[in-house]
Write a protein that binds this ligand. Structure first.
Ligand code: ZN
Ligand code: ZN
Length: 132
């Protein structure tokens, strides 16, 4: 995970990272591209996507990758939990203390060396509740 120092920061990559770090909305690559275009009007979705991929592989940002759902990105790499709307796909942070002992228990029960965990809650956001 600690390859951050080796990561070359182009202007485009820096702008993408800056904008993502300011957002709490866990945007898709397309949503982030719209925002980045305010500063770099000619940037392509492919470039945004490629840079997000590199940033997440080097651990600078977090990729929220759930099978069958559009990928979202999070500039906050601290251990925190998410709440996902099953209606519109929106993702919010949950204020919840990381569950202590979970990884140790998991490691004890398997031959794995457990390096981390993810936990996601599912539900309907306020606007999706109204439209049902
Ligand atoms: Zn919703
Ligand atoms: Zn988050």
């Amino acid at each position: 995970m600690q390859q951050t120092a080796k990561l070359r920061m182009t202007t485009q990559r820096q702008v993408i990272l800056d904008e993502l770090k300011q957002l709490k909305t866990h945007p898709t690559a397309g949503e982030l591209c719209q925002i980045v275009r305010r500063r770099l009007p000619r940037i392509s979705l492919g470039t945004v996507y490629r840079n997000l991929d590199i940033l997440s592989r080097t651990g600078v940002i977090q990729k929220l990758d759930v099978a069958g759902l559009e990928m979202r990105f999070d500039g906050d790499t601290s251990n925190h939990y998410h709440l996902r709307c099953l209606g519109c796909g929106k993702v919010a942070d949950v204020e919840l203390e990381p569950i202590a002992g979970l990884e140790a228990t998991c490691q004890k029960q398997s031959d794995f060396r457990v390096l981390g965990h993810r936990l996601e809650f599912m539900g309907l956001c306020p606007s999706c509740q109204e439209s049902r």
